[in-house]
Design a protein. Structure first.
Length: 225
């Protein structure tokens, strides 16, 4: 199994190449400039692995939610690469990848991912460890005010994402306790790749035109009054 994954939905910009269980990654935190960085990262990874794009089995990308421009960059790049090389694509939730990183590095099997969505809201998703050893959704993702996020009872949840830094007191009050969290964690392409591999293994890749963003907000662009 050989695939490249991209993640550009937040301040972090990263690309990862998964080849037969080994992962190479390029990762940087830079609020702007993802469009200038991402293709160079892809070229570097292919060169380091001694592969050509057409030798891959698939491409994967973080479909959001996240910054509007960042999500569009990943979609546009992945569609262009997939059309050119005739490769299937796998969309992966940016929130799920964010949670997967906490599981990969720290072993947290019940994760509440929250990305600051601006306008007093957070992109929110709950994830728990599944039988495959990867985190799976424990409910639908959505955009909520921090005082209204849905959650399950239990004392073993761990929070990740910028939403926990922006609204720590509100979330603690709403959840009834101060849940341990890492508000600095950002999603990474290596976790997009890990979540995409079993999808391709099941033959569930999508054609390039199905590489679509997920914004969660009904209105991502608002007209001035």
């Amino acid at each position: 199994m050989k695939l490249i994954a991209l993640e550009t939905a937040t301040e972090a910009c990263s690309a990862a190449l998964c080849s037969d269980g080994e992962t190479l990654e390029r990762y940087t935190v830079q609020p702007r400039g993802h469009a200038d960085l991402i293709l160079g990262m892809v070229d570097e990874l292919l060169s380091e692995a001694g592969l050509k794009l057409g030798e891959l089995d698939a491409l994967a990308f973080g479909q959001g939610p996240g910054a509007f421009t960042g999500v569009r960059i990943a979609v546009g790049v992945i569609q262009g690469l997939a059309f050119g090389a005739e490769l299937p694509v796998v969309p992966v939730s940016t929130l799920q990848a964010l949670a997967q990183g906490a599981f990969r590095e720290q072993g947290h099997g019940r994760v509440l991912a929250a990305i600051d969505a601006r306008m007093g809201e957070v992109y929110w998703g709950a994830f728990t460890e599944g039988p495959s050893g990867l985190l799976e959704p424990a409910g639908e993702e959505g955009v909520f005010r921090p005082e209204a996020v849905p959650f399950s009872t239990g004392s073993d949840w761990f929070g990740v994402g910028s939403g926990w830094n922006t609204y720590p007191e509100v979330l603690a009050r709403h959840l009834g306790r101060d849940i341990p969290h890492d508000g600095e964690r950002l999603p990474r392409a290596r976790d997009i790749a890990a979540l995409a591999v079993p999808v391709i293994g099941r033959g569930e890749g999508l054609p390039a035109e199905k590489a679509l963003p997920v914004y969660l907000r009904d209105q991502v662009v608002r007209k001035p009054a």
